[in-house]
Design a protein around this ligand. Structure first.
Ligand SMILES: *[C@@H]1O[C@H](CO)[C@@H](O)[C@H](O)[C@H]1NC(C)=O
Ligand SMILES: *[C@@H]1O[C@H](CO)[C@@H](O)[C@H](O)[C@H]1NC(C)=O
Ligand SMILES: *[C@@H]1O[C@H](CO)[C@@H](O)[C@H](O)[C@H]1NC(C)=O
Ligand SMILES: *[C@@H]1O[C@H](CO)[C@@H](O)[C@H](O)[C@H]1NC(C)=O
Ligand SMILES: *[C@@H]1O[C@H](CO)[C@@H](O)[C@H](O)[C@H]1NC(C)=O
Ligand SMILES: *[C@@H]1O[C@H](CO)[C@@H](O)[C@H](O)[C@H]1NC(C)=O
Ligand SMILES: *[C@@H]1O[C@H](CO)[C@@H](O)[C@H](O)[C@H]1NC(C)=O
Ligand SMILES: *[C@@H]1O[C@H](CO)[C@@H](O)[C@H](O)[C@H]1NC(C)=O
Ligand SMILES: *[C@@H]1O[C@H](CO)[C@@H](O)[C@H](O)[C@H]1NC(C)=O
Ligand SMILES: *[C@@H]1O[C@H](CO)[C@@H](O)[C@H](O)[C@H]1NC(C)=O
Ligand SMILES: *[C@@H]1O[C@H](CO)[C@@H](O)[C@H](O)[C@H]1NC(C)=O
Length: 502
């Protein structure tokens, strides 16, 4: 069975991979100043950047202002922790369609741009490399960790309780080796464990730096998707196992045993350690397999527009998977029911497209209606899918949108795209998943970015194209969360980050 999945995944990746080579780092106009500064500090001379005065620059500033305005409201929140570099997360389409954050490690501190992955446990960064992704990301130079260069770095011996791979140890005092295999074909990271300082900050009125000693992987050898633009600067495992950073933070008393992530519909989001959510959030219990605990939830039904069905299945909530992937009958039910309620002409590419159900807009058409998709979870809470489609540009420059859902066999993954527009709380203490519609910036209720429902069954998606940067700054209510276009019909690279369980 395991082999079958891998074969399937391999062919999916092969189908999507043809464009990967030419893809550089993507500078999104809506990313905050922070990304620009970070990138500028690492930019190779001569690279082009949004200059002061351009639309992109002001759009970036507008975003920044919005974040600052949220701040005074946020002051009331309790002592949660986030990364010292800030709580912002960024969706990078060219880096495997995953959400990333900046983290600082070691003394002197070194910054890494890591992918946030609830589907695996170990945090690793490229380190004393034998086989790592290129450190040149477009015009940016990424960092590499080296235990010998950090005065606070400590060896993690095989005798350490976090050392899982005792079989590969050569003696109790030797460094603990690790190898993690991921579901994406041929994708792994290996090396040895180290302990060093991760810099966090309190999220209250007087932010204070917190130096948390954590265990992570010095990944000297990566393979597969990690060499092909997914998580090129490290993977931040947020799983339930004791080696995952949230587990370490709570076991050492830094935060309570919960964290939240919000993936904004404009690709910018946030992460907070210790966040236990709010009393008005929707919830469902995790179904925990004690041999390998994951964020698995049970579903009881699916609503697609004017149609609904009871369907019992379980799915893993994995921010490290690019697009939600479901087995049959769930996949076929959603896809065919969605398809039956679409007005646009079905689009089928001659070459292999990653998504099966795509539609072509007519020239000049700037918006379209899609059926609402809701998943009913065990217990009755409704999980709304805010952003089920992806907008692409076809070979003749036509605008194409696709149901961003993939077919898998054997298991189900709620990937990052189904998490957008929600604050998702991973409450590991109560063993529940919580969620609530949220724009990721304001403190509590969000109205600015809520989707425009045209009827009780459909919602309108607006294609705003490449000049979208100017719209949201002045008039948030006209802002469309779905102004996402890509230059190619095949997404560059897909990532399925689940650690292999077999
Ligand atoms: C995986 O690795 C094997 C052996 O190195 C290779 O033959 C195969 O083509 C690889 N598959 C993919 C999808 O890269
Ligand atoms: C966290 O996010 C909020 C809202 O965007 C912002 O006001 C606050 O300054 C951020 N805190 C940190 C430490 O980044
Ligand atoms: C990281 O190092 C830089 C340069 O020395 C320093 O300005 C910054 O405050 C450090 N960050 C933390 C979280 O200590
Ligand atoms: C470690 O420090 C040495 C000496 O400063 C430097 O040459 C080397 O590039 C550093 N290694 C890494 C991985 O940063
Ligand atoms: C392991 O290290 C400890 C302390 O560093 C030392 O006392 C002990 O002799 C070492 N054991 C072996 C087998 O090397
Ligand atoms: C949740 O799903 C799992 C796997 O399908 C099943 O074993 C379990 O009984 C379900 N839990 C409940 C409470 O229905
Ligand atoms: C649902 O809507 C589609 C088109 O929007 C229509 O063809 C179909 O008959 C409707 N189904 C039901 C059960 O109302
Ligand atoms: C589509 O994929 C199949 C199997 O991976 C391959 O044999 C075929 O050549 C591909 N077609 C195109 C047009 O790339
Ligand atoms: C598509 O649009 C781009 C810029 O808008 C233009 O340069 C290109 O020639 C167009 N291609 C086709 C096939 O029309
Ligand atoms: C959020 O919305 C709910 C219901 O719409 C309302 O009861 C609550 O007071 C709102 N909270 C804030 C802080 O505005
Ligand atoms: C989907 O869920 C939302 C939030 O619970 C609800 O307001 C809406 O009516 C549901 N839509 C359908 C078609 O079930």
């Amino acid at each position: 069975m395991a082999r079958l999945w891998l074969l399937l995944l391999a062919s999916l990746l092969a189908a999507a991979g043809s464009d990967a080579a030419g893809i550089g780092f993507e500078f999104h106009h809506r990313f905050s100043d922070r990304v620009r500064q970070w990138a500028e500090a690492r930019a190779v001379p001569g690279a082009s950047w949004p200059q002061k005065g351009t639309a992109e620059y002001y759009a970036a500033l507008a975003h920044h202002d919005r974040a600052l305005r949220g701040r005074s409201l946020a002051d009331a929140s309790a002592s949660e922790l986030t990364f010292a570099d800030g709580n912002a997360t960024y969706l990078f389409r060219s880096l495997g369609f995953l959400h990333y954050a900046f983290v600082e490690l070691g003394t002197p501190n070194v910054t890494f741009l890591v992918a946030l992955d609830t589907g695996s446990d170990l945090f690793w960064v490229p380190c004393d490399c034998q086989q790592c992704a290129s450190t040149h990301l477009g015009s940016i130079d990424l960092n590499i960790y080296s235990p010998g260069n950090s005065s606070t770095s400590q060896k993690v011996p095989c005798s350490n309780s976090l050392c899982d791979n005792q079989n590969a140890c050569t003696g109790t005092n030797s460094s603990c080796p690790y190898t993690v295999n991921y579901v994406s074909a041929n994708t792994s990271s290996s090396g040895f464990l180290v302990e060093d300082v991760l810099y966090l900050t309190t999220e209250d009125a007087t932010p204070q730096i917190v130096e948390a000693p954590i265990v992570f992987g010095c990944g000297d050898r990566q393979s597969g998707a990690f060499l092909d633009n997914a998580a090129p600067n490290g993977l931040f495992g947020l799983g339930m196992e004791k080696v995952a950073v949230p587990s370490i933070l709570s076991s050492k008393g830094f935060t309570s045993n919960s964290f939240s992530m919000c993936f904004g519909e404009d690709d910018v989001g946030r992460i907070n350690f210790g966040d236990k959510g709010s009393s008005d959030q929707q919830e469902t219990a995790f179904f925990v397999d004690s041999r390998h605990p994951t964020y698995r939830i049970n579903m009881t039904g699916i609503v697609v527009g004017n149609s609904s069905t009871e369907m019992v299945f379980d799915a893993i909530v994995d921010s490290g998977t690019s697009f939600t992937s479901l087995a049959d009958p769930m996949y076929t039910y959603i896809a065919e029911t969605f398809n039956a309620q679409i007005n646009e002409k079905r689009y089928k590419s001659e070459s292999n497209s990653t998504f099966e159900y795509c539609y072509e807009l007519s020239p000049g058409q700037s918006s379209f209606l899609v059926p609402i998709i809701n998943l009913t979870t065990l217990g009755g809470s409704v999980f709304p899918v805010n952003d089920p489609v992806i907008i692409l540009t076809g070979p003749a420059n036509q605008t194409v949108y696709c149901l961003a859902l993939m077919k898998l066999s054997g298991f189900n993954i709620i990937g990052q795209n189904f998490l957008s527009g929600l604050r998702v709380v991973f409450d590991r203490e109560r063993l529940v998943l919580g969620w609530k519609n949220f724009d990721c910036y304001t403190v509590d209720n969000s109205t600015a970015l809520s989707p425009s429902y045209t009827s009780s069954h459909t919602k309108e998606v607006t294609k705003t194209g490449s000049n979208a940067a100017q719209a949201p700054a002045t008039n948030p209510s006209s802002y469309s969360p779905h102004s996402k276009t890509m230059s190619s019909l095949s997404p560059v690279l897909l990532m399925l980050s689940l650690a292999l369980l077999w």
